[in-house]
Design a protein around this ligand. Structure first.
Ligand code: IDP
Ligand code: MG
Length: 132
């Protein structure tokens, strides 16, 4: 079993997509180990996206991520990290294919509804960051 960290981003909460997104993970037989709603501080958003700090869209990304409540999910399942990334769809809005969460709901590369850990190392760090 593997654990991964998902964030339903502020646009996902604002657009009232929380239930439908969680439904998809449950439909795929992933277990919700822990879950809560909260607001990212600017400092935590900057830390979470530190790998992008030199990108031109970084200030915009931090503003967006701190613009309202988000929902944190600690999901567990077989190959959960790779599986959940597949379920999210590509980062680029035009490459997120229908059937994925981003492919079905996102109309922007920045405001793209969901985050999920992209590898074991980051899953460990992100679970620690938001659940420990
Ligand atoms: P990921 O969320 O699919 O892992 P990352 O490259 O880690 O993608 O980027 C983190 C977040 O930064 C994305 O989910 C998106 O919100 C935003 N982002 C990434 N690339 C771009 C871009 O080219 N333009 C605008 N926003 C972007
Ligand atoms: Mg990423």
């Amino acid at each position: 079993m593997e654990q991964t960290l998902v964030i339903i981003k502020p646009d996902g909460v604002r657009r009232r997509l929380v239930g439908r997104i969680i439904q998809r993970f449950e439909d795929k037989n992933l277990t919700i180990k822990e879950m809560y709603q909260g607001v990212l501080t600017e400092a935590i958003a900057q830390e979470h996206y530190a790998h992008l700090k030199d990108k031109p869209f970084f200030p915009n990304l931090v503003n967006y991520m701190t613009s309202g409540p988000v929902v944190f999910l600690l999901l567990e399942g077989k190959e959960a990290i790779t599986l959940v990334r597949q379920m999210l769809g590509a980062t680029n809005v035009l490459q997120a294919i229908p059937g994925t969460i981003r492919g079905d709901f996102a109309d922007s590369t920045t405001e793209n509804i969901v985050h999920a850990s992209d590898c074991q190392e980051n899953a460990t760090i992100e679970i620690q960051r938001f659940f420990r």
